[in-house]
Design a protein around this ligand. Structure first.
Ligand code: SF4
Length: 187
């Protein structure tokens, strides 16, 4: 990762390409890396908050923390979004709505679980509770976890930068392919 003017810029290294020998594979790899480079510098999260953590998410988008400088701009429709930030407590009743929004987002798309509620149920994960889901990863393919109750905007920004790194390294694609193959093998 290069740092220019205080901001990280994700550029695939020359060494990365020089290890690939086949011209056909080289062309595909370069195209994929270029696409990923464009994607990470224009992540568009959906304007979507469930509980208190979403106040911190909103703060991250406002002038003081200014997510726009990373090309991260909130969109007000799932049709134009590629990142779902699950920010808040997830009730069982709300799960079908989250799933519908996720399915309406075009791929490739990614999920960030923001806050302890979205990671594990947070303060609502106690014996006998029946209304809250113990984490977004029970029904969504979560890529990044941002802990805290609530996490500060800097925490969310760190999570988004980690997501950019995972996308440019291609680890998310590899993980999703492995998950799909495991699901197929189970059938
Ligand atoms: S993690 Fe804490 S701040 Fe965030 S939604 Fe849950 S209770 Fe609220």
């Amino acid at each position: 990762m290069a740092v220019k003017g205080g901001y990280p810029i994700l550029i695939p290294s020359y060494e990365h390409y020089s290890k690939i020998e086949s011209p056909a594979i080289l062309g595909f790899a370069v195209l994929q890396d270029l696409l990923n480079l464009a994607r990470v510098n224009s992540l568009w999260p959906m304007t979507f908050g469930i509980a208190c953590c979403s106040i911190e998410m909103m703060a991250a988008g406002m002038a003081r923390f200014d997510l726009d400088r990373f090309g991260i701009i909130f969109r007000s429709t799932p049709r134009q979004s590629d990142v779902m930030i699950v920010a808040g407590t997830i009730s069982h009743k709300f799960v079908p709505i989250i799933k519908t929004l996720w399915e309406q987002m075009p791929g490739p798309k990614w999920v960030i679980a923001m806050g302890n509620c979205a990671i594990s149920g947070g303060p609502f994960a106690y014996e006998g509770q029946y209304a809250i889901v113990n984490g977004a990863d029970k029904f969504l393919p979560v890529d990044i976890y941002v802990p805290g109750c609530p996490p500060r905007p800097e925490g969310l920004i760190q999570g988004l930068l980690q997501l950019q790194t995972k996308i440019t390294k291609g680890t998310i694609d590899a993980n999703r392919r492995a998950e799909k193959a495991a699901r197929r093998a189970k059938k």
